[in-house]
Structures are given as C-alpha cells and as structure tokens.
Design a protein around this ligand. Structure first.
Ligand code: SF4
Length: 347
C-alpha cells in the first residue's frame, strides 16, 4: 500500500467500503501476529513532569493537579498482581520526573525482575543515552517514546520546547533505542488541531521506516486544563476537508492502515479508545488490527491523577476489576490471552 492508498482510506467515509479495510487489517493481523492478545500491565509511577506539552494534563504548568510518586513497595504490589495473573510485561510509566535518579530507576528494574519473570517496558520520556544503556543492562527490554506527529511544524505547535530540532531529537532517540537492543515503541495522536491527512499518512510511513516494534494510536482528547484543549473546546471548528478529525472511526482507520503497512508489529487497543467508546472501543480496536491491551494496574488513588486527558476509562476501578473487564473484551473479540512476553523479536 503506498501513500496515495493511505490517503484514499483516510478520506473514505463509506461504511461498506471501510468494511473492506477492516477485513484486510484483520486478516493481516491474523496472519502475522495470530489470535493472541498480549497483556502489558501499566504502572504509572509518578505524575510529575518537567515538560509543558500543550495537550497534556500532567504538564508542569497545570498547577491544579495533585502530584504523586509511588513508593517501591506500592509498585511491587502491582507487579505481584501482574505476575499472579500471568502478564508477560510490566510497563513503567511517568512524566519526565527528574526526582528519580538513573540508578534508582535501574534498581527498580532489578527489583521487578527479581519479583517476576516479565519483560519490562519503560516509558519515562526523553532521556540521555547513558541512562538507556544502564537501564538496558539492569534488565529493561523495551522503551516507549511517542513522536506524536511526524510533521515538524505541528510538533512545534503542540510542544513548547523552543529548541529547534525537537522532533528530530525524539526520532534520534528512537533510533538509539533500536541500536541499544531495545524494542522501540512509539505512537501518535489522531486529530490534533490542524493535523493534515498528508501528515497523518507520513506518520504511518514513518512507523514503517523506523521499524517500530509497538505502535500506540489514540484519538486526541482535549483536556480543559491545557492551552491546546482550551483552544480546541472554545474556538476550534475542524474543517474536515483539510484537517483530520479526532474521531473514533479515524482512529480505527489509522490502526487498520498501520497493521497493513507494519504487519508484524504490536498495536494496542488503547485506553483512549476505551475512553471515547467504553462499550466497544477496545473490541473494535482488536477487530481492526490491534493485538495488545495495556490494563492499568496503578492503584485508583494515583491513577485518577495521571490525567493526560480527562475521563480516562476505568480510572476508579481496582486492578482486579480492570483485569476481568479486559478478559471479557478479549473473549468478545473472539481472541485469546497471549502467553509469554509477546515480544516482536528475540530480546
Ligand atoms: S506528554 Fe509526556 S513529556 Fe509532555 S507534559 Fe505530558 S507527561 Fe510530560
């Protein structure tokens, strides 16, 4: 499928024709990654962040947010739950929190590995090469770093970092991850204000070029305590002919196209999808190309404070409830829970 084809599908509105896209994506998914749905237990260890991304609810200038950091024993409780329920991966996520030293993160990785035979994914934002090396040696297997958009102008518009080449820096880190032997995850938001169809098609092609191992695709959900969210809610009237809407259907289209273009990659049915369609967002995600779910194991008292966007699905639910719901989703999608770590390649 070339860029013209991607653009055609991104603009297609006919439901019958779109069924062809869903079927294509589902059959590629079945052929390349099978029927297993891999569970990655997400633990949001801190909602402190030094950055000020204009779309993000935990940005440093959101002074209304109560901040937290989880203690090691609390994190290990979550790990215990994941181990008991056979999860193959733990995802350690936080804002760019300078409180944790490089060595403290390394120690945490070692402790988790002692407690459970799981792959460890880190999602701690941009960092230096030395940290990545040390964490890899400590046992980290994967790293998630979303580039959000491949369009430099749009990237600059939604981030305040005035340093030039900030998108380039992020892409360089993704390439560095691959060189260091990590599985590299990335992702984008669908329907950021002024996102063009052309730039979205380029995003999908960039996933392919970078050979991304896990690709998170979620709709842009405006947060009222952010500059971009306020502008979106108050003033933004999307011209759908020119700019991509932040809709559920557009998100499925990008999931399906990404599956077809990057057939053997891992694609989660994201929490953002479950947030805009609680009843069947994840089920449809799984039926249209996704093969991973990331159940959020963060204790509810913290989870509701990790509010990148508002109304996050299952924010008040305990891990056990979330786990049971995820099992139901997998069953309803006609799939089965994955065994092992669900690596894309040998780690
Ligand atoms: S998107 Fe990430 S880096 Fe940016 S403010 Fe939010 S948590 Fe921090």
């Amino acid at each position: 499928m070339n860029k013209e084809d991607i653009l055609y599908w991104l603009r297609e509105k006919d439901e019958h024709k779109l069924n062809k896209l869903w079927n294509m994506a589902d059959s590629v998914r079945k052929q390349f990654v099978g029927d297993e749905v891999h569970l990655r237990g997400l633990i949001e260890i801190s909602n402190y962040c030094k950055k000020n991304c204009l779309y993000c609810g935990i940005r440093v200038y959101n002074t209304k947010l109560t901040r937290y950091r989880m203690r090691d024993d609390e994190i290990l409780e979550c790990v215990k739950f994941a181990r008991k329920n056979g999860y193959g991966t733990i995802v350690i996520q936080s804002g760019e929190d300078t409180y944790f030293s490089r060595d403290e993160i390394a120690e945490l990785i070692i402790k988790i590995k002692k407690h459970a035979d799981v792959a460890i994914t880190l999602s701690l934002g941009e960092c230096d090469e030395q940290s990545l090396k040390i964490w890899k040696e400590a046992g980290a297997n994967r790293y998630l770093l979303r580039f959000e958009t491949s369009d430099e102008e749009l990237f600059e518009r939604i981030h305040t970092a005035k340093q030039s080449k900030s998108l380039e820096r992020r892409i360089r880190q993704i390439e560095e991850l691959k060189r260091l032997g990590y599985e590299a995850g990335s992702g984008i938001m669908i329907g950021i204000p002024y996102q063009t169809y052309e730039s979205l098609a380029n995003d999908i092609l960039l996933f392919k070029k970078l050979d991304i191992d896990m690709i998170g695709i979620g709709p842009y959900i405006p947060h009222p305590e952010t500059p971009l969210g306020r502008e979106f809610i108050k003033d933004y009237k999307n011209d759908e002919e020119r700019f991509v809407p932040n809709t559920e259907i557009m998100t499925y289209k990008v999931i399906a196209l990404t599956r077809i273009i990057c057939p053997d990659t891992n694609i989660p049915a994201t929490t953002a999808l479950a947030t805009i369609n609680t009843r069947e967002g994840r089920i449809l995600g799984l039926k249209r190309g996704a093969n991973v779910i990331m159940p959020n194991l963060t204790p509810p008292k913290y989870k509701k404070l990790y509010e990148i966007y508002p109304g996050k699905s299952s924010a008040d639910d305990e891990p056990e409830v979330i786990h049971q719901n995820v099992l139901k989703v997998i069953e309803q999608a006609g799939r089965r829970v994955g065994k092992g770590m669900g690596n894309r390649r040998e780690l």
